[in-house]
Design a protein around this ligand. Structure first.
Ligand code: PGA
Length: 248
């Protein structure tokens, strides 16, 4: 049985004052019926770690370097994230792929680093609008999945997030049939590669998830939760998404 996961990606948003949103979220959902993850900017990880032992809220990084340590100014290793209290790390988000030219090969190397540090990697895949219009969505996603998820991955150390690039931060979402098609494809690809373990990977949908559309998305087969950007910044919105996932 896959545990449902509501994951928040704060991106480059959040100062110490915004920790009040986490306090409010925890107060409203003290014993969530699903796993809840927030990936704040790295500067807030240690401060968010005050919840440790008091609340099941998990925290995570938004990226890590592929190396464990060394001369890489400005970068953060998976071990550093774990040391700050992280249990997860988002890898291969389309904003990293676009802004920093991250390739599938680099994402795979980072996933191996995350595994070494004991972190669960949330590996993102997704097509651009041009790729969807060209009818290559499944080919693009299949190639990203095959090259980004390392050999030996398990449902315990890897989560896959389907995030259509054109749906991120736009208020637009695929149709339910399109989401179901991609999630079914991801499940089949994982099963073909990893056998029975392929059923253990949690599959998240991400891209303009809001309280108003969460319930219908979570009702789809093989949608085990969401990776939420903008709507994760406010306790009320993220709390409503958590409630929708609990009810799914
Ligand atoms: P969004 O972002 O919910 O703001 O569309 C999702 C994401 O990029 O993870």
């Amino acid at each position: 049985m896959r545990r449902k996961l509501a994951a928040g990606n704060w991106k480059m948003n959040g100062l110490a004052a915004n920790l009040a949103e986490v306090t409010a979220l925890v107060a409203a959902h003290p014993t969530p019926g699903c796993e809840v993850l927030i990936c704040p900017p790295a500067t807030l990880l240690a401060q968010m770690n005050w919840q440790k032992g008091k609340h099941p809220l998990a925290i995570g990084g938004q990226d890590c370097h592929a190396k464990a340590a060394g001369a890489h100014t400005g970068d953060i290793s998976a071990a550093m994230l774990a040391d700050a209290g992280a249990r997860f790390v988002i890898l291969g988000h389309s904003e990293r792929r676009a802004d920093h030219g991250e390739t599938n090969t680099e994402v795979r190397a980072k996933a191996l680093a995350a595994r070494s540090a004991g972190l669960t990697a949330v590996i993102c895949v997704g097509e651009t609008e041009a790729e969807r219009d060209a009818g290559t969505t499944l080919a693009v996603i299949g190639a990203q999945l095959a090259a980004s998820v390392p050999e030996g991955a398990t449902g315990a150390d890897t989560v896959v997030a389907y995030e259509p690039v054109w749906a991120i931060g736009t208020g637009r979402t695929p149709t339910l049939a399109q989401i179901a098609e991609v999630h079914g494809f991801l499940r089949a690809e994982l099963a073909a590669r990893f056998g029975a373990e392929g059923n253990a990977f949690r599959l998240l949908y991400g891209g303009s998830v809001k309280p108003s559309n969460a319930t219908e998305i979570f009702a789809l087969a093989d949608v085990d939760g969401a990776l939420v950007g903008g709507a994760s910044l406010k306790a009320a919105d993220f709390g409503a998404i958590i409630a929708a996932l609990e009810a799914a």
